[in-house]
Design a protein around this ligand. Structure first.
Ligand code: HMG
Length: 385
């Protein structure tokens, strides 16, 4: 059977950055709590003229420049920080990227898990039509209340993936273990721009979904834990992935060392939580930092509050190193513009009415801008070269 999976993936993030050491000091917290306790160094913060659409389009652009658009008939946009209650953010991206009119475009939502639902759907579409390629975009802005425990776990970023037959990066294996349970650990009411979260419950809900999904994976014929060479978990903060690996080790009785996932951390320590994109920026980081992965099996765990989980595996393809973009990701991370804490708090508290026309200030230098609201509709532009 032809393999299907991730042919290539790209990471993009927001214009601004906050150093968590500064945030800690301002709040009278030991900086080691964020750096070691949460495993986070910095967090990306979007400028006034960017959002999930501009980040998602910016992530997808280099993918299309490298591989063209031929055969792409579907764009699946995953987010939990959607910009409209009805219209898919994917349609704005479709226009910004100049994609063909003959296209299926839709948005997926289930907290941080949605990108995995999109990926699984893409695998199904390609299995049915192996000549087609599917563009999956995961893009999110993680926002909690100022001065809340969740504040240092904010972040912003996007990952774009091209899903194809005979993929060059990761062939996804057929067995998946899934978990679902109605739990109020984290959610965002329609009239709120920040998430509501029960931090303690969210940790146990995550670990519970992991063991349920693992047991389902095992029951459905998934490989033994010892046959998995690396692990990549959803990372709301990187320490959570350490807790997850420890939890899986206890659950299975296997000796699972953090060296099996260490290379999944570098990008997410910088980005912060990117919700739907987080698992896949962890995967990008692993592929970009570990030279020894060809033929190796990666176990991936996707978690979405509310709460669902999925455990699945993929085999890294020979030659994956030739597709790396580590220099570009690091340049984007290093090029972020620091905000003072006063500027960050002002940006965080800014109102974004949808019933009045307004224009955003010109702040970003990226390929796409959110320009404001006109007649209640969001407006975007492609930056002219
Ligand atoms: P908190 O109560 O401020 O922190 O909130 P804490 O007191 O639990 O401390 C955190 C860690 O720092 C602990 O480590 C401390 O020991 C350590 P642990 O014991 O857990 O290993 N610590 C220190 N370490 C070194 N030096 C020090 C020091 N002081 C303390 N001086 C919490 C933490 C995560 C609850 C909070 O940030 C929060 O609510 N975050 C948002 C929710 C979240 O991220 N949950 C994760 C699971 S749910 C999920 O992944 C889904 C999500 O991505 C959304 C979605 O699916 O849509 C969030």
């Amino acid at each position: 059977m032809t393999s299907i999976g991730i042919h290539d993936l790209t990471v993009s993030t927001a214009h601004h950055v906050i150093d968590l050491a500064e945030l800690a000091e301002a709040g009278g917290v030991d900086p080691a709590k964020f750096r070691v306790g949460l495993g986070q160094d910095r967090m990306s913060v979007p400028a006034a003229d960017e959002d999930i659409v501009t980040m998602g389009a910016a992530a997808a652009l280099p993918l299309l420049e490298r591989h063209g658009t031929e055969g792409i008939r579907t764009v699946l946009f995953a987010t939990e920080s959607g910009v409209d209650q009805s219209k898919s953010a994917g349609l704005f991206v479709h226009e910004l990227l100049g994609l063909p009119r003959t296209m299926r475009v839709v948005e997926f939502k289930q907290a941080c898990y949605a990108a995995t639902a999109a990926l699984q759907s893409a695998l199904g579409i390609v299995a049915r039509n192996p000549g087609e390629r599917v563009l999956v975009i995961a893009s999110d802005v993680a926002r909690y209340e100022l001065d809340s425990p969740g504040e240092p776990t904010q972040g912003a970023g996007a990952v774009a993936m091209l899903v194809t037959a005979d993929p060059a990066l990761l062939a996804i294996e057929p067995v998946s273990g899934v978990a679902a349970r109605d739990v109020d650990d984290f959610w965002r009411p329609n009239d709120s721009t920040t998430a509501v979260v029960d931090g303690r419950l969210s940790l146990t809900a995550y670990l519970g979904a992991l063991t349920t999904a693992w047991d389902d994976f095992a029951a459905r014929g998934g490989v033994e834990v010892a046959e998995i060479d690396r692990f990549c978990f959803h990372q709301p903060f990187t320490k959570m992935a350490r807790k997850a690996l420890k939890g899986l080790a206890q659950h299975t009785g296997a000796d699972l060392k953090d060296s099996l996932q260490e290379e999944t951390f570098p990008y997410n320590r910088e980005l912060g939580n990117t919700y739907t994109a987080s698992l896949y920026s962890g995967l990008a980081s692993l592929l970009d930092h570990d030279d020894t992965l060809a033929g190796k099996r990666i176990g991936l765990f996707s978690y979405g509050s509310g709460a669902v989980g999925e455990f699945f595996t993929g085999i890294v393809q020979p030659g994956y190193q030739s597709l790396r973009r580590r220099d570009a990701v690091e340049a984007e991370l290093d090029g972020r513009v620091p905000l003072t804490l006063a500027e960050y708090r002002e940006l965080h508290s800014a109102e974004h009415p949808s019933d009045t026309d307004w224009e955003t200030p010109r702040v970003t230098q990226g390929p796409f801008r959110f320009t404001g609201i006109r007649r209640q509709a969001r407006q975007y532009e492609v930056r002219q070269a």
